[in-house]
Design a protein around this ligand. Structure first.
Ligand SMILES: Nc1nc2c(c(=O)[nH]1)N[C@H]1C(S)=C(S)[C@@H](COP(=O)(O)O)O[C@H]1N2
Ligand SMILES: [Mo]
Length: 512
C-alpha cells in the first residue's frame, strides 16, 4: 500500500499563510521605520494605488471616507495581503513551490514600486526584509503544521501537537504585530520635523494687520482655526518629517538668476504675516475643508526680485518631497500684488509637519491644489506646454480660483434647539473677491439677509448670523452668498470634480 504524504489540514494551512504575510508586513514596517518610513511595503502599495486610482474612484473614496481615507486604504491593502497569504498557505498543501514563489512576489511588487516611484535604493531594503522574514515564517510554520504521520492513532500526542500549532501561529502573529507597532513608534520618533528645527521664527517686516473687533460672531465657528483643527488634505500616506539640515529650496526655470536657499537663507529673507482663509477644491457643499490661519512667509515679490523672470513664463511649477506631488500655479496671482508667499510659520508657530514643514506655498484666492504645495523643494518657472501637474494629469482643472461658498454651522444638522433664542450662524468665503451679502431662507420662505460680522479683509472668510423666527417643529435652512463682484452662488449643484463644488448648503433641524 502507498503512503500519501502528510498534508496539513486546511485551517492551519490558511492561518500559516496569513501569519507569514503578517510577518512580512510587520518586519517590512519595522525595517522602514529604521530606514525610511515611506518605504514600508504596505505604504508603497497604498501610495501607488492613490496615484493610479481613476479619478471617479478617488473622488468616491474621499467623499465617503473623508479624512479617514488613509487608514482605511492602508487597512484594505493589509487585508488583501493577508487574504493572499491565506490563499498561498492553502496552495502550499498541494504545491509548495509556487506558493513560496507567491510569497516572494508579494515582496517584489512593493520593492519594484518603490523603485519606479523614484525612491532611493535603500527604499528596497524594507521589501527585501519583508520577503526574507515572510518566506522564513512561511517555511517554519509549514513545518509546524505538518502532521507527523498521516493518521496518528496517538490521541494524546495529537492534542499536544495541536497546542503547539496554535501557540506557533498565535506567537508568530503577535510577534509580527509587535514588529509593525514598533516600526510605527520608531518612525514617529525619528529625528527631523518641525519640533527639531531648533530655530526661532523671524519677526515679520510687515506684521498681520490687527483683526478688527467683531470679525468673530458670538457663538460661531472660531475665526482663526487652531493648528489642530486646521483641515488637512494631501496624497501623502505618512506625514513627512523633514530634517532642515539637508533641506533646500531651488527656484529656477525661466529666470535670469536661479537660486537655491537653505532653511536659514529662507528665514533670513524679509517676511510678511497675513491672516488667510485656505480652501480645498474637494470641499463638498457644507464641507469641512476650509480653515483660516495666520501665516508667516517670504512674499513671492521678494523671490521674483531675486530670480528675475524671463518673458513667457505662464506658471510656477512646484515640486514637493512627498511622493511625486507637483502643482501648477498660474503666474498671474503670483505677480498681481496679492499676498502670495512661501510660508514657514502658522499661527505663531513653526509650520507644523502636517501643513508642510519646512516650507509651503500659499496663494490667497486659489484652491490648495493649485497653490499650496507643502514640503516644498523646488519651484520651476515654466509654461503649461512644458510641465503638467499631478492633478492636471488626473483631469482636474489646471487653473482653479476658489468658488464663492457659504455654510451653516449652527444649529447642527438634525439637532434640536429651543426655538425662542436660536441664532443661526455660519461662514461665507470668496477669497480675494470678498463677501458682499449672505442670505438665508427657512422652510422655502423669503430670503432674509443675514447680519455680516465685521470684514477682516479680502482674503478671509466672513461670519454671519440670523435670529431664527418660526414655530416649534422641523425646519430646513438654506444659505447663499454674494461676492463683492455681485455674483450670487448658483443653486445648481456640481460635484467637486474638476474645479470645485457649487450649490447652496441646506440643513434640516428641529426647534421646540
Ligand atoms: N506636497 C503636497 N502639497 C499639497 C498637497 C499634496 O497632496 N502634497 N495637497 C494640496 C491640497 S489639495 C490642499 S487643499 C492643501 C491643503 O493644505 P493643508 O493640509 O495644510 O490644509 O495642500 C496642497 N498641498
Ligand atoms: Mo485640495
Amino acid at each position: 500500500m502507498e503512503t500519501s504524504p502528510a498534508v496539513p489540514r486546511r485551517l492551519p494551512a490558511i492561518l500559516s499563510g496569513v501569519v507569514a504575510a503578517l510577518a512580512a508586513i510587520g518586519s517590512g514596517h519595522l525595517a522602514a521605520g529604521l530606514i525610511q518610513p515611506s518605504a514600508s511595503p504596505a505604504l508603497v502599495v497604498a501610495s501607488a494605488l492613490v496615484d493610479l486610482a481613476p479619478t471617479p474612484v478617488k473622488e468616491f473614496v474621499v467623499r465617503t471616507l473623508g479624512t479617514y481615507d488613509k487608514p482605511v486604504l492602508i487597512g484594505l491593502v493589509t487585508l488583501v495581503v493577508l487574504l493572499l497569504g491565506g490563499a498561498l498557505g492553502l496552495l502550499a498543501r498541494s504545491r509548495p513551490r509556487p506558493a513560496m514563489a507567491g510569497i516572494v512576489l508579494l515582496g517584489v511588487v512593493p520593492g519594484a514600486l518603490a523603485l519606479i516611484r523614484a525612491q532611493p535604493l535603500v527604499a528596497l531594503l524594507p521589501s527585501l526584509v519583508a520577503v526574507l522574514v515572510g518566506l522564513g515564517a512561511f517555511i517554519l510554520l509549514r513545518r509546524l503544521i505538518q502532521p507527523a504521520e498521516p493518521e496518528s492513532p496517538l490521541q494524546a500526542g495529537e492534542r499536544r501537537r495541536r497546542r503547539q500549532v496554535l501557540l506557533g501561529l498565535a506567537g508568530g502573529g503577535v510577534l509580527a504585530a509587535a514588529a509593525a507597532g514598533g516600526g510605527q513608534v520608531i518612525a514617529d520618533r525619528r529625528p527631523g520635523g518641525a519640533s527639531a528645527a531648533g530655530r526661532a521664527l523671524p519677526a515679520p517686516m510687515s506684521p498681520a494687520p490687527a483683526l478688527p473687533d467683531g470679525v468673530q460672531a458670538p457663538d460661531a465657528t472660531p475665526f482663526q482655526t487652531s493648528i489642530e483643527d486646521f483641515y488637512r488634505v494631501d496624497i501623502s500616506l505618512t506625514t513627512p518629517r523633514i530634517e532642515v539640515e539637508g533641506w533646500s529650496l531651488t527656484i529656477d526655470g525661466m529666470v535670469e538668476q536661479p537660486i537655491t536657499l537653505s532653511y536659514d537663507d529662507l528665514l533670513a529673507m524679509p517676511m510678511i504675516e497675513r491672516d488667510i482663509t485656505f480652501t480645498c477644491v474637494s470641499n463638498e457643499v457644507g464641507g469641512p475643508y476650509v480653515s483660516t490661519g495666520r501665516w508667516l512667509g517670504v512674499p513671492f515679490s521678494e523671490i521674483l526680485d531675486r530670480v528675475r523672470l524671463q518673458p513667457g513664463v505662464e506658471q510656477a511649477f512646484s515640486y514637493s518631497l512627498d511622493s511625486g506631488y507637483t502643482c501648477s500655479t498660474p503666474i498671474g496671482p503670483l505677480t498681481d500684488g496679492r499676498d502670495a508667499m512661501i510660508a514657514v510659520g502658522m499661527n505663531g508657530e513653526v509650520l507644523p509637519d502636517k501643513n508642510g514643514f519646512p516650507a509651503r506655498m500659499l496663494v490667497p484666492g486659489l484652491f490648495g491644489f493649485v497653490s499650496g504645495t507643502k514640503w516644498l523643494r523646488r519651484i520651476e518657472f515654466t509654461t503649461y506646454a512644458e510641465r503638467t501637474a499631478y492633478w492636471t494629469e488626473r483631469d482636474w482643472a489646471t487653473d482653479a480660483p476658489i468658488l464663492t461658498q457659504s455654510r451653516i454651522d449652527h444649529p447642527k444638522a438634525l439637532s434640536t434647539s429651543p426655538g425662542d433664542d436660536l441664532v443661526l450662524s455660519g461662514i461665507a468665503w470668496a477669497q480675494h473677491r470678498g463677501i458682499e451679502r449672505v442670505e438665508v431662507r427657512i422652510d422655502d420662505g423669503e430670503w432674509r439677509r443675514a447680519e455680516l460680522a465685521t470684514d477682516g479683509g479680502l482674503d478671509l472668510w466672513r461670519q454671519w448670523t440670523l435670529p431664527f423666527k418660526g414655530d416649534p417643529g422641523r425646519h430646513t435652512a438654506e444659505v447663499r452668498a454674494t461676492d463683492a463682484t455681485g455674483e450670487t452662488q448658483t443653486d445648481k449643484r456640481t460635484k467637486v470634480f474638476p474645479d470645485g463644488a457649487r450649490g447652496w448648503h441646506q440643513i434640516v433641524f428641529n426647534t421646540e
